[in-house]
Design a protein around this ligand. Structure first.
Ligand SMILES: *Cc1c(COP(=O)(O)O)cnc(C)c1O
Length: 401
C-alpha cells in the first residue's frame, strides 16, 4: 500500500463492501436490503459506497439527514432512498421533488409536508415511524392513531403516499435482551393498526445490523444495515467480522514522518506521560485527533509497524503520535497500519474500540476529511452509476389504487 505517497490514507475496499452486501442479503433472503450510508458512509465515503452497495443488490439506501440524501441524488443516485432525521423547516420540498422517502414521527411534519407538496407539485413518499421503545425519535404508541389519521387523510387527498411503517431497536446488540421481543410486539401492533386504517406500506422494517444478524423474525420486508456493510461487527458479543462472514472495508495507515534514536529517560509527547525506559528508537506516526484518532488512545492504541504490534507511547496529539520501537528500527516512510481487516496482523477497528473505551462504529466514522480516501476494488467496467436500482421517478408517479 506504500505505492500511495501520502502522509496518511484510508483505503476503502469496495470489493469487500460488495461482498458484505451479498453476504448480508444471503442471510435475509426474503427481505430487501437498505445500505445505510449516513455520516459519509460511516467515514467510508457515501457516494462510492452507495454505488457499490447498489451494484451488489441493495435496493434501498438510507441516510440520517435530508442533506445527505439530496447529496446522493445530486451525485446521480436514482434508486429508493430514505432519510429519517427531520426538523421543522425541512428541506421537505427538495426531498419530495427528488423522490426521497421522508420519515414522519409527528403530525407537525404532516402539516409541513402538505405545504411542501403544494410547491413541489407532486405527492410525497412518507414512511411513518413508531417508537416501539427506543425512546428517541418516532411516534409514541398513544399518539399513533392521531398520526395515522392525519396521514390517511392526506393520502386520500393525494398529498402523500404512505410507503413504509418502521421502527428502530434499542438493544439489538445484546442478543436476548427482553426489550427486543417487547419492541417487536409493539411494532406488530402498530403495523396491524395502520393496515386496518387502510395504510398499505410497501415496506415494514425494524432491523438494524445486529438485529438482522441475530434474529430472522425482525427482517420483515426490509433490513437497514449500516455497520455490517462496512465489515465492522456491531458488538463483540455478536461476533468478529470473520465469524459473521464480513470483511472490514477500511484500512487506515500512515507513513512514518520521523525515526530517531533517543537516550533512556526521554519524555515523549505532551505531558511526558511516557518516558523511554532505556536507549531506544522512536517512530513518529503523522496522524492525530484532528484525523479522528481518539485521544483516548494515548498510551493504549495499537499500531502495526514492521510486522509488529506496537502501542501509542504517550499522548495522541492533534496531528501526530509516537511509537517506541524498542530494540527495532524502521525507516522514514515505512507504513504504520492503525487498523484494517487483520490479515497482515494489523489491529482491527474492534481492537481500537476496546483500547479506547468506545464502539467500532465510532472508530471508523470519526476518521476525518483530512485523511484522503483511496478507493480500490471498483466493479470492473461498472459505468451504470449509482442509479442502477429502481427508477424512483417511475414509481413515484404511480397512482395509488
Ligand atoms: C444508523 C441506523 C441504522 C443502521 O444501524 P447499524 O447498526 O449500523 O446497522 C438503521 N436504522 C437507523 C434508524 C439508523 O439510524
Amino acid at each position: 500500500m506504500n505505492e500511495t505517497p501520502m502522509r496518511a490514507r484510508a483505503l476503502v475496499d469496495l470489493a469487500a463492501l460488495r461482498a458484505n452486501v451479498r453476504a448480508l442479503r444471503a442471510r435475509a433472503p426474503q427481505a430487501q436490503l437498505m445500505a445505510v450510508v449516513k455520516a459519509d458512509a460511516y467515514g467510508h465515503g457515501a457516494v462510492p459506497c452507495a454505488r457499490a452497495a447498489r451494484q451488489a443488490g441493495a435496493t434501498w439506501i438510507g441516510t440520517a439527514t435530508p442533506q445527505e440524501a439530496l447529496a446522493l441524488r445530486a451525485a446521480g443516485d436514482e434508486g429508493r432512498l430514505m432519510c429519517w432525521l427531520w426538523t421543522p423547516g425541512g428541506p421537505w420540498r427538495e426531498a419530495i421533488e427528488a423522490g426521497i422517502d421522508v420519515s414522519v414521527s409527528g403530525v407537525w411534519a404532516v402539516a409541513e409536508i402538505r405545504e411542501a407538496v403544494r410547491a413541489a407539485g407532486r405527492p410525497a413518499r412518507v414512511q411513518l415511524k413508531i417508537d416501539t421503545g427506543l425512546g428517541r425519535n418516532g411516534c409514541q404508541p398513544d399518539d399513533w392513531p392521531e398520526l395515522i389519521a392525519a396521514a390517511r387523510a392526506a393520502e386520500d387527498e393525494g398529498v402523500l403516499r404512505v410507503t413504509g411503517v418502521w421502527s428502530h431497536f434499542a438493544c439489538a446488540d445484546e442478543p436476548g435482551h427482553p426489550s427486543i421481543q417487547a419492541q417487536l410486539r409493539v411494532f406488530r401492533d402498530a403495523v396491524g393498526y395502520a393496515e386496518r386504517q387502510g395504510v398499505r406500506p410497501e415496506v415494514r422494517h425494524i432491523a438494524n445490523s445486529p438485529a438482522m444478524l441475530t434474529l430472522p423474525e425482525t427482517h420483515f420486508d426490509l433490513v437497514r444495515t449500516g455497520v455490517a456493510v462496512y465489515g465492522v461487527s456491531p458488538s463483540p458479543e455478536i461476533g468478529t467480522p470473520q465469524e459473521l462472514g464480513l470483511r472490514p472495508v477500511m484500512t487506515l495507515s500512515a507513513s512514518l514522518a520521523s525515526v530517531k534514536r533517543v537516550p533512556g529517560g526521554h519524555g515523549v509527547s505532551y505531558g511526558h506521560h511516557y518516558i523511554t525506559p532505556g536507549a531506544t528508537t522512536l517512530a513518529l506516526v503523522p496522524v492525530g485527533y484532528a484525523d479522528g484518532i481518539p485521544r483516548a488512545g494515548s498510551g493504549t492504541g495499537p499500531v502495526l509497524i514492521g510486522g509488529k504490534w506496537r502501542t501509542v507511547a504517550g499522548r495522541v496529539a492533534m496531528d501526530q503520535f509516537v511509537v517506541d520501537l524498542g530494540g527495532d528500527t524502521a525507516r522514514v516512510g515505512d507504513e504504520a497500519v492503525l487498523f484494517g481487516p487483520g490479515d497482515r496482523g494489523e489491529p482491527t477497528a474492534e481492537d481500537w474500540a476496546r483500547a479506547t473505551g468506545t464502539i467500532a462504529y465510532e472508530v471508523v466514522t470519526r476518521i476525518s476529511n483530512r485523511v484522503p480516501r483511496v478507493y480500490v476494488g471498483e466493479e470492473p467496467g461498472a459505468d451504470a452509476g449509482p442509479g442502477a436500482g429502481t427508477n424512483v421517478n417511475e414509481s413515484v408517479n404511480q397512482q395509488r389504487s
